[in-house]
Ligand binder design. Structure first.
Ligand code: RB5
Length: 150
């Protein structure tokens, strides 16, 4: 778990569509001794993903959590919301290989999972890869700086 910062929990957020998989991921991380901070939602009742994405994004930007894992049905709505924040690089990943490059090339600080389109086993493998992969730096530093400086 290369990118985990001791003393800093992993942030979690979802809407109702991601609620069940978020709980599976929380249990998985806690079984590995990785603390989490859950920004909700806290039931499968229909809700609006921005209500949970924005507080989670602010906490990542403030360094209160790192990284974060976000889920909605497709991953698109919650990912779009997170990426409205200048300090967020949220990457929609449905395979471990995508999580590898989101970290290695994009220094993604939020993993976004499409809860209705990914099996739980694949989701956990994708989480593992995301948390295990360091940013490569080098030429990618210039590129990620140009995301917000243009
Ligand atoms: C909820 O039905 C669904 O729209 C939401 O989870 C997400 O997929 C939106 O992008």
């Amino acid at each position: 778990m290369n990118i985990i910062k001791p003393g800093t929990p992993v942030g979690l957020c979802s809407d109702h569509a991601g609620f069940e998989l978020k709980n599976i991921i929380a249990g998985y991380l806690e079984s590995k001794g990785i603390p989490t901070r859950d920004f909700g939602t806290f039931s499968d009742e229909s809700c609006d993903y921005p209500d949970f994405a924005h507080p989670c994004a602010l906490a990542v930007e403030a360094g209160e959590v790192y990284p974060a894992i976000a889920l909605c049905g497709t991953g698109n709505g919650i990912g779009m919301t997170l990426n409205k924040h200048r300090g967020i690089r949220a990457a929609l990943c449905w395979l471990p290989e995508l999580a590898h490059f989101a970290r290695a090339h994009n220094d993604a600080n939020v993993l976004v999972l499409p809860a209705r389109f990914i099996a739980p086993e694949v989701a956990l493998q994708t989480v593992d890869t995301f948390l295990d992969t360091d940013f490569e730096g080098g030429r990618h530093i210039r590129r990620i700086e140009k995301m917000t400086n243009w």
